[in-house]
Design a protein around this ligand. Structure first.
Ligand code: ATP
Ligand code: MG
Length: 278
């Protein structure tokens, strides 16, 4: 953790360099301490990787900070605002949006509708059958639809726009999941294994997309990834969890050289921890 994060008072100032500060976050399930005192911060504008062995608590940590699970204890600040205990949809509305390791696209709905529903202030019901819609609403619908098709095209999903999401392959669903998250125009995007199950060409495109969003729109990223080559080449900062705690953090090179990190992975082969994900 950075010194700034350690000393930031409750209700950290908005000018804090950190978009996220999570302190001593805890959650157990029955006897399992899934997250046991995780403290970390994410610098605004960074691409931060969250790594750690299977079962380390990464997904649970995502669920806790985005309001999908209740915290047992601890505090979470997004851009200086305390968000611990807020419901997930409110956190998403503030601009902190996450994707799921196991995709959540609505399978009995066409791909394009999945996209439209993910837009902020989307016209909602009016898309489905209202007879009369004010001009401004129709204009907004047109914009959202155009944006949805552009995003689908950038992930090679445009030909699938009218198919049910349930007919997509696993990799295509992951891409749809990311495209949906982008519809919400997040300031802070949390991706849980975005590359798992995606072919290398589209994976590379996804990474380029992340870099471009960071560069052009100042989006901050926190992503969980098991492929160490991706982590090393695409993140500025790496946080390592094991057994529900943060055991190391630093630049990719610092983390790679940290014995604690190597030990945390079975066999100590940090170069060989990539796996299928789900
Ligand atoms: N809803 C739940 N009920 C019970 N146990 C849970 C629940 N969610 C997570 N756990 C447990 O918490 C621990 C951490 O799981 P989590 O999914 O957060 O790990 P992870 O770091 O994301 O692992 P992976 O890399 O395999 O995705 C595991 O032991 C898991 O079984
Ligand atoms: Mg996980």
């Amino acid at each position: 953790m950075t010194e700034a994060a350690a000393s930031a008072p409750a209700g950290a100032p908005a000018e804090s360099p950190n978009v996220l500060e999570a302190r001593d976050v805890r959650r157990s399930f029955g006897g399992i301490n899934a997250v046991q005192g995780a403290t970390m911060s994410v610098r605004r504008g960074s691409i931060t990787a969250l790594i750690g062995p299977n079962g380390a608590g990464k997904t649970t940590f995502f669920n806790l900070i985005t309001g999908f699970y209740k915290l047992d204890s601890g505090s979470v600040y997004f851009d200086g605002q305390a968000i611990g205990g807020l419901p997930s949809y409110k956190i998403a509305r503030l601009g902190m949006v996450r994707t799921f390791q196991i995709t959540k696209a609505l399978s009995r709905m066409p791909v394009i509708d999945n996209m439209l529903l993910a837009a902020p202030d989307q016209p909602g019901e009016s898309l489905f059958g209202a007879v009369f819609r004010p001009l401004a609403t129709r204009e907004r619908e047109r914009e959202i639809t155009e944006q949805a098709h552009e995003l689908l095209a950038s992930f090679n999903l445009d030909k699938k726009a009218n198919d049910y999401a349930g007919t997509l392959s696993g990799g295509q669903r992951k891409l749809l999941e990311l495209a949906r998250a982008l519809m919400a125009q997040p300031r802070f995007l949390l991706l849980d294994e975005p590359m798992a199950g995606i072919n290398p060409t589209l994976g590379a495109r996804l990474l380029e997309h992340m870099q471009r969003l960071r560069r052009e729109e100042g989006v901050t990223f926190l992503f969980v990834e098991h492929d160490m080559d991706v982590v090393m080449s695409h993140s500025d900062h790496v946080v390592v969890m094991a057994e529900g705690r943060v055991i190391s953090e630093g630049t990719p090179d610092e983390v790679r050289a940290d014995r604690k990190v190597v030990d945390a992975y079975l066999g100590g082969e940090l170069d060989d921890v990539s796996e299928g994900g789900e």
